[in-house]
Ligand binder design. Sequence first.
Ligand SMILES: NC(=O)c1ccc[n+]([C@@H]2O[C@H](COP(=O)([O-])OP(=O)(O)OC[C@H]3O[C@@H](n4cnc5c(N)ncnc54)[C@H](O)[C@@H]3O)[C@@H](O)[C@H]2O)c1
Ligand SMILES: [Fe+2]
Length: 368
Amino acid sequence: MKLFQIVPQIFEFESFASFAESFGLCETDLLFTGAHTLQALNNTEVPCITILRDNYGSGEPSDVMVNAILTEAAKHTFHRIIAVGGGAILDIAKIIAVANGCTDVNELYACADKLGTDKELIAVPTTCGTGSEITNISIVYRSAADTKQGLVSDAMYPRYAVLIPELLETMPYNVFATSSIDALIHAVESYLSPLATPYSEMYSIAAIREILQCYIETVSRQNDFRPSCPQLLKASNYAGIAFSNAGCGPVHAISYAFGGKYHVPHGESNYQFFLPVLSFYKKTAPDGKIRSLEQLLCEVTGNPDGFEGLKELLEKILPAKPMRAYGASEEDIEPFTESTAANQQRLLGRQYCKMGKEDIYNIYRSCL
Ligand SMILES: NC(=O)c1ccc[n+]([C@@H]2O[C@H](COP(=O)([O-])OP(=O)(O)OC[C@H]3O[C@@H](n4cnc5c(N)ncnc54)[C@H](O)[C@@H]3O)[C@@H](O)[C@H]2O)c1
Ligand SMILES: [Fe+2]
């Protein structure tokens, strides 16, 4: 049994300029980034070919957006991709890295097991959530299926994951909140996954502790998260390492149909289902690992009821809203359940305890 691996080499720099110098960024590199990053780098000379994601739409990647970017990238000759951004940018860059001239991402999904790395990828996150800089997965909204789906291939592992905490300081509060909650969910889902090993668990537990500690400190500073950016960036990387080994599970699976249809940011959409899935686990299989998770939460939050402590803390970071507040209605519950069962078997396979279609239906209903 394989126990653990970390594929990308991990670097940390104090500034983008020192990273650019150390990695020798040059004219044959493609910088794929967002307007917020270019603005933050206004005094740094970057000699690379540049593609700005903002020119191809906003929000999370869709197949239409990715195809337009692949078409643009195919016009240039470059050897490395320097992706600087949130999960959306890093995920699209992973697809550019394996496209090999292809300009239709749906064709890549069809041959995911045969993809090869065409360009070396250097991934530099500017949010504290996805851990995408360390993983081999890219998530795209696929129009034909009307849902988000992961494209998974070892060819998409970045060669280098580069952590530059100061790049996170421009995050709007909402991006901090939703991305860090996503990282927390990666840590918890990987901890409870049947594929967890003692190695992945160390990273899951470290990420849970660090993120919750950052939340406590953030709340004590009237929700100023900035001093916690270095710690949050490392914690989201730890969570990425944990889930790239042990996988995510039902929270992500259930979230995709809803998040895809109502364009809810990934972490916020997962947040909808996080506590309901945990309470389903606790009710259905109270004697397993959920108990150690509860103890950990109790220790970090100081609340004798660990899940209550978690809920109270999360509520201070991002007040929860029902699905209806995003436009969802009764009519969505059945199709969301069917879509989850049809499209998310990869993630549903990592459930902590048996969760059938009826349970998924009930979770959607309880969140409406
Ligand atoms: N590949 C993986 O392993 C993985 C895991 C989880 C999520 N994802 C995907 O990642 C995406 C979500 O990523 P995210 O939460 O990082 O957000 P994001 O990349 O969608 O960015 C959210 C918003 O914040 C802005 N932004 C990002 N960094 C900023 C900064 N430093 N300063 C100012 N603005 C900034 C972006 O321009 C965007 O408007 C989703 O598409 C999700 O499906 C991928
Ligand atoms: Fe996620």
